[in-house]
Design a binder for this molecule. Structure first.
Ligand code: MG
Length: 374
């Protein structure tokens, strides 16, 4: 499954002051929209900008698809969805570029809810009393039961929201409104008070204070795995089938590198290992592709609010030669993990013909990963 993120930044809102639209003003030294984009690092990202802001968008120097927005927010999102059509995207998160502090936890909750619903969006229940006012006087009280403050990212199954937008005429308040008009169910997940929308000048000071107060939580994990050789014509290593005169024996595809990496992530989370989540005694995992384990470990990390800082896999064998395939392996892992390839290292070594790897009885792999929550 490929997740894409659309960051909307085509508005001209000047209420925040400063002479340029709020999403292009600096927050803690970088553009507000760059903070928002960073929260979705590793996904296929689309940045929707006003035509006059294309230079600003290109100057960010980020790996994003830049789309020029339309006359309304709804038209802008539609243009971004059309730009993603046909790219194999299964889920899309649509996020307001003026919300720079969205956390990995909120993003993880939205993605997780899409397993059950066509759409999901974060919101906070209204806790303040609500009044109606007129000419400076309270003229009534509004019941707050069942009222929520909506946030973003609003997440959807891609084909569903694209169809909903194509069928929608007019300008909607947000994409949840477009989805509901098409008959889609949208689940509410817990939002976050820090996920504020920068609107007024004072909001920038609040956002800087939140950024300063964030305590980075860093977790490190390691994993180790071994599989022995058997008859065959190649070995699966880090998601790539490498031609060889042998295969690796195991009840799954025996991808020893991906197993070590998955265990490193589970280890960083103190969540045991692959065997705890996918018991070998359970026949449904017989012959399972190892990418199921790795994708599960990453989803668990995201659900707990962690993002991958980096990982490093070392494959230990005399043969096959891994070096010529290492870049392809990095790219394969990046797709499965939905993180940028720069955060993934794959390298190899021999054991100088010593021990079981030296005797070419099997392949060993070790992996380290760092997860951050900030
Ligand atoms: Mg294994």
């Amino acid at each position: 499954m490929t997740t894409a993120a659309i960051i909307t930044a085509a508005g001209r809102g000047l209420r925040a002051g400063g002479g340029v639209p709020k999403q292009w003003q600096l927050l803690a030294g970088r553009a507000v929209v760059a903070h928002a984009l960073a929260a979705f690092d590793g996904m296929l990202r689309v940045l929707v900008v006003h035509p006059e802001d294309r230079d600003l968008a290109e100057a960010l120097g980020l790996d994003v698809v830049i789309v020029e927005g339309g006359a309304s927010r709804t038209q802008s999102v539609r243009a971004a969805l059309e730009a993603l059509a046909g790219r194999g995207v299964s889920r899309v998160l649509i996020h307001d570029g003026a919300r720079p502090l969205v956390s990995a936890s909120v993003i993880g909750r939205v993605i997780g809810a899409l397993d059950q619903a066509d759409g999901a969006a974060p919101a906070l229940a209204v806790t303040d009393a609500l009044w109606r006012g007129d000419a400076g006087l309270v003229v009534g009280v509004q019941a707050r039961d069942g009222l929520y403050r909506a946030q973003t990212p609003q997440g959807f199954r891609f084909d569903s929201i694209l169809a909903a937008h194509r069928a929608y005429a007019g300008d909607a308040a947000d994409d949840v409104a477009v989805a509901r008009a098409f008959g889609l169910d949208v689940a509410i997940v817990a939002g976050d008070e820090d996920n504020l929308k920068l609107t007024f000048p004072g909001d920038f000071a609040s956002a800087e204070a939140i950024l300063k107060g964030r305590q980075m939580d860093l977790r490190v994990g390691n994993g180790f795995d071994v599989h022995g050789f058997c008859d065959g014509d190649g070995v699966w290593l880090c998601g790539v089938k490498v031609p060889h005169s042998r295969a690796l024996l195991g009840h799954s595809d025996a991808d020893v590198g991906m197993h070590a990496l998955s265990d490193a992530i589970y280890g960083a989370l103190a969540e045991g290992d692959i065997g705890r989540h996918f018991p070998p005694s359970d026949p449904q995992w017989k012959g399972a592709e190892s990418k199921i384990f790795l994708a599960h470990a990453m989803r668990l990390a995201r659900a707990k609010g962690f993002a991958l800082a980096n990982c490093d896999v070392t494959l230990i064998c005399e043969r096959p030669k891994v070096g010529p395939h290492a870049e392809t392996m990095r790219e394969a892992l990046a797709v499965i993990m939905e993180v940028a390839v720069e955060r993934i290292s794959v390298k190899a070594t021999t054991s100088e013909r010593l021990g079981f790897t030296g005797r070419e009885e099997g392949i060993a792999a070790m992996a380290t990963c760092a997860l951050v929550r900030g």
